[in-house]
Design a protein around this ligand. Structure first.
Ligand code: PMP
Length: 288
């Protein structure tokens, strides 16, 4: 048996996991999603991800046809069916199929999709050497256009930024917001270290409230490190002692060059290394 995908209430073979071409998820990016990890058979920060998924759905006035406990059960069933202990889990909820027209009231049958698969990560040496990234010209969505707190199926804002990164020959790009402050990367949140303090943009800067970001802030505070949420400029990035990104897929990854400028000593700094180790520890010893 090949990879089993949860679709609309049942497990189907990957090849049979198909949705309608009239689904507004496809036609308009009308839907929400989550990216989650399971480590050693346990789903990491599941409650926080489920909460964000249902909040995102509420934000676009989409009623998810499964209640959270049934969603959690479906996730575990999908992992079990694929015999996966360390996996990347993609939850997708679409608006459902409708007519060729924007109105979400003319759609029916929102699709709940759960894909569990192996995770593709950055090569291990990058966690030592650090990433080279850029700040890009594409700004993050204005919060009053489409809140970045909604993890919607419309990722074009991030994809345009990703294309800029690729054109520059790097793997990630930092987007600024409409006010010129640092927002986030295409799929990761941003932190800097300055004088032993951790600094990261606040939610109001127009960012996704990253689950990994919250865990890292908590780990930092537990180690006696002051953690502050404040608006950062490009200049703050350039003069940072250390910089790193956080995200479900990348975990905690150092950044050692931004826009051609070397950050700190040009390799992963001591606080970043400490937080990478603490995060690994947490993923090995978590209870969900
Ligand atoms: N920002 C964006 C735009 C993202 O897509 C992600 C990945 N979901 C993140 C930040 C990091 O969030 P998390 O730690 O919850 O994966």
């Amino acid at each position: 048996m090949g990879l089993q995908v949860y679709l609309d209430g049942r497990l189907v073979e990957k090849e049979d996991a198909k949705v309608s071409v009239f689904d507004h998820g496809l036609l308009y990016g009308d839907g929400v999603f989550e990216g989650i990890r399971s480590y050693n058979g346990k789903v990491f920060e599941l409650e926080a991800h489920i909460r964000r998924l249902y909040d995102s759905a509420k934000g676009i006035r989409l009623t998810i046809p499964l209640a959270p406990p049934a969603m959690i059960e479906a996730i575990h069933a999908t992992l079990k069916a694929n015999n996966l202990r360390d996996a990347y889990i993609r939850l997708v909820v679409t608006r459902g199929a409708g007519y060729l027209g924007l109105s979400p009231t003319k759609t029916s049958n929102p699709q709940v999709i759960i894909i569990t698969d192996q995770i593709e990560m950055y090569p291990p040496e990058v966690y030592d050497r650090g990433l080279e990234i850029i700040t890009c010209t594409t700004i993050r969505n204005h919060p009053n256009a489409l809140s970045a707190r909604i993890k919607s199926l419309n990722y074009l804002n991030n994809i345009l930024a990703k294309i800029e990164a690729m054109d520059a020959g790097v793997l990630e790009a930092i987007m600024l917001n409409h006010e010129g402050f640092v927002a986030e990367c295409t799929g990761d949140n941003v932190f800097i270290v300055r004088d032993g303090r951790l600094e990261t943009p606040p939610t109001a800067a127009g960012i996704l409230e990253g689950v990994t970001r919250a865990v890292v802030m908590e780990l930092g505070r537990a180690r006696g490190i002051e953690v502050i949420e404040k608006n950062l400029t490009r200049y703050d990035l350039y003069i940072a002692d250390e910089c790193f990104l956080t995200g479900t897929a990348a975990e905690v990854i150092p950044v050692t060059k931004i826009d051609g400028r070397t950050i700190g000593q040009g390799s992963a700094g001591p606080i970043t290394r400490d937080l990478i180790a603490a995060f690994h520890d947490r993923t090995r010893n978590h209870n969900g």
